[in-house]
Design a protein around this ligand. Structure first.
Ligand code: G6P
Length: 609
């Protein structure tokens, strides 16, 4: 979603702003812009489309300056067009904004009455005019910005620049991520540390309600009322190289093939031990989990699907009741809280607005036993939980999540084993075998990845279809959901997933020769039932594409295409069965020529609700 980069330094910062925006491209956006203080006043450049278009404008204009703000916009209020692209300006000042100003209509009406003219449909433009209005009462940009902020409702990360303040950038945060980057050559701000690694690793994370004033050789942070606050400086350990594409054609492809390494890194701390240490989730894990009677998992998108798989594990292996909810539903629902619930939030980014709000909601209901499983150690979510587990998938750039999903699953399996152990349900020899199975996962996943040529061949046939139906049973039903999500996200083929037992209760009506049906068919207790469901599809002329295990005794026949996965992997087979579905979606999208890494209308990190 929207990204912010701001800089004030002792040199021309245009290249820093542009490189920062490029590093944020993966979040998804539809237009980009920047504003600079130049000797001739404020210069603003904006472009619809990619950062490369903005860069072309910048080089054509020869724009240069030592203070600037820049933005990638993902449209919420107003269509993607240059007029709506940030920065928005008012009276010699410029503003970029992430988030949503919820009371923008009332503010707009008031500001119009005061004589301010609006040139965009965005909620952000009210902020520019509000700061301009406050500057009539105080000459100080920092004070005026804070006064403007007190009138805002909603979520925001903001950066403000003024042409008469060539050595100053003001920033503020409430609900949307923002951090400062410090260096001897200048000071910076961004919505994501990866944008600033090019210039510094010295990071200060702002908290909600913080505002900051940056100059080239100083910074100060206050609360909105002006009270000074001190926030710790940390060193970012993000790898700058990890976001390079390398030999791959797309980030999604790279990330699918990185899964063996991502899993190995995530599980590295297991070492060669034959028993699992609860401390993996934090030093006080046993204390927090002691009286837990149930688990509530909240998440969005692909992370939600990981939670759905985990429910099968937690109930079957650890014997603990588990419910899983979409975060945007849970946060607004009247639910029945139980303080002995472990609330587990799952998130690749750790910045998903609904997941963060769902956690706050649970805490406000008195549920303080909280655990997050997250891929970004420096994210907002990680800072707000009693227990945490960091998946070590490395930066995930493709909008469609892949390696974050499988590493979340591995982490959730560890959680299941810890619960099982604490509840006396894990015999030592079973524990050792489970850990061995986890350690073997990277090898098992590598073998599944070798199926790519066959899946590529299948994808040619899918590319012409308008719809697809995914079927699975038990813990592989969420895998079918994930397969359908991947396909629709990046190929724009309408896809639905059903538990196979539900086939006769509706979706069978859709099945004909034009509807491919993809079945996730591991060799488990439900295989024979699933085979009967597949017969029902064949009887209606539906073409079947079956992902089965090597020992499932399924073979190709008329209208039935079978691809055998090399290993039968028991409870962990969900991790293997999702891989071919990721590859299928990727190759179908390639054939259809869609923008694999940045599918239309979607964003990587959904920082607004
Ligand atoms: C967006 C992304 C998805 C992701 C979801 C949840 O929709 O496009 O890939 O699964 O957000 O994101 P999170 O970072 O919380 O896992």
């Amino acid at each position: 979603m929207c990204g912010i980069v701001a800089a004030v330094a002792d040199r021309n910062i245009v290249s820093v702003l542009l490189e920062g925006l490029r590093r944020l491209e993966y979040r998804g956006y539809d237009s980009a812009g920047l504003a600079l203080v130049t000797p001739n006043g404020l210069q603003r450049l904006r472009a619809v489309g990619r950062v490369a278009e903005l860069e072309a404008q910048v080089s054509a204009s020869g724009a240069a300056g030592s203070a600037g703000i820049a933005h990638t916009r993902w449209a919420t209020h107003g269509v993607p067009c240059e007029r709506n692209a940030h920065p928005h300006v008012s009276g010699g000042l410029a503003v970029v904004h992430n988030g949503i100003i919820e009371n923008h209509e009332a503010l707009r009406a008031r500001l119009k009455q005061e004589g301010y003219e609006f040139t965009s449909d965005t909620d952000t433009e009210v902020v520019a005019h509000l700061v301009a209005a406050e500057l009539k009462k105080t000459p100080d940009l920092f004070a005026a910005t804070r006064a403007a902020i007190t009138q805002l409702q909603g979520a925001y990360a903001l950066a403000v620049l003024r042409e008469t303040d060539p050595d100053r950038v003001i920033v503020a945060r409430e609900g949307s991520p923002l951090l400062l980057g410090l260096s001897d050559q200048g000071n910076y701000a961004a919505s994501d540390a990866s944008a600033l690694l090019q210039v510094t690793r010295r990071i200060v994370y702002l908290e909600n309600g913080d505002c900051a004033e940056l100059t080239r050789d100083s910074y100060r942070i206050t609360r909105v009322d002006g009270t000074p606050v001190v926030r710790d400086e940390t060193e970012s350990h993000l790898s700058a190289d990890a976001v390079e594409l390398g030999p791959y054609r797309h980030y999604m492809q790279k990330e699918i093939f990185e899964q063996p390494v991502a899993l190995a890194n995530t599980l590295e701390m297991l070492g060669t031990a034959r028993s699992i240490q609860p401390g993996l989730f934090g030093a006080n894990t046993e204390e927090v989990l002691k009286d837990v009677r149930q688990v509530l998992i909240v998440a969005c998108g692909t992370s939600f699907h990981a939670g759905l798989v985990a429910r099968y594990w937690l109930e079957a292996i650890a014997g603990i009741p588990c419910s899983v909810e979409v975060a945007s539903e849970y946060r607004y629902r009247d639910s029945v809280p139980d303080s002995n619930t472990l609330v587990v939030t799952l998130s690749q980014s750790g910045e998903t607005a609904d997941t963060l709000a769902a956690l706050q909601h649970a805490k406000a209901l008195g549920m303080t036993k909280t655990l997050c499983i997250c891929n970004v150690p420096e994210s907002s979510l990680v800072r707000e939980n009693a227990l945490r587990f960091i998946t070590r998938a490395g930066p995930e750039i493709g909008v469609a999540s892949t390696k974050a999903f499988t590493t979340q699953l591995a982490s959730l399996y560890l959680l299941t084993l810890i619960f099982a152990k604490l509840r006396g349900r894990l015999a030592p020899e079973v524990e050792a075998a489970e850990l061995q199975a986890l350690r073997h996962l990277p090898v098992a996943v590598s073998k599944v990845l070798e199926l790519e040529p066959q899946i590529r061949a299948w994808s040619e046939r899918f590319a012409m279809k308008q719809d697809a139906l995914f079927l699975g049973r038990g813990r592989h039903y969420p895998i079918a959901l994930e397969g359908a999500l991947k396909l629709k996200e990046i190929s724009y083929i309408h896809a639905e997933a059903y538990p196979a037992g539900e086939l006769k209760h509706g979706p069978l009506a859709l099945v004909d020769k034009d509807m491919p049906v993809i079945a996730v068919a591991p060799n488990d207790a439900l295989l024979e039932k699933l085979k009967s469901n597949l017969q029902e599809v064949r009887a209606r002329g539906g073409e079947l594409y079956v992902f089965a295990d090597a020992d499932s005794e399924m073979t190709d026949s008329e209208g039935v295409h079978v691809l055998l996965l090399p290993e039968h992997y028991g409870q962990l087979s969900a991790l293997l069965h999702v891989i071919p579905l990721q590859l299928l979606a990727y190759h179908v999208a390639l054939v259809r020529g869609t923008d694999v890494d940045k599918p239309r209308n979607l964003a990587k990190s959904v920082t607004v609700e």
